[in-house]
Design a protein around this ligand. Structure first.
Ligand code: FES
Length: 109
């Protein structure tokens, strides 16, 4: 199974294995990573915002217009920001490194 490497807000790294084609959001939940995913992948919340490592961003398919529109409403967006629910972890993304942003808009608070 491919794995996703999460860099948590504390700076610690955690590797999570996921079945192929699961999303980064699903990987976060499986690995008990602090990522809310309030809308469960329907691109209506941005609480799954991740910053993709610069070495990996070119390996991802480009963001859809809807994903970019949602990122526009998100705090702390960078050039390599993506929505975790929209990244499908394929075999070629084994080892993908994503960082949690310092702040997210948390829908449940
Ligand atoms: Fe809401 Fe990704 S979980 S946009």
């Amino acid at each position: 199974m491919p794995k996703v490497v999460f860099v948590e807000r504390s700076g610690s790294r955690k590797e999570v294995e996921v079945p192929e084609n699961h999303s980064v959001l699903q990987a976060a939940h499986a690995g008990d990573i602090d990522m809310e995913g309030a809308c469960e992948g329907s691109m209506a919340c941005s609480t799954c915002h991740v910053i993709v490592d610069a070495d990996w961003i070119s390996k991802l398919p480009p963001a859809s217009t809807a994903e970019e529109d949602m990122l526009d409403l998100t705090y702390g967006v960078t050039r390599t920001s993506r929505l975790g629910c929209q990244i499908s972890v394929k075999g070629e993304l084994d080892g993908l490194v994503v960082r949690l942003p310092a702040t997210t808009r948390n829908m449940m608070d």
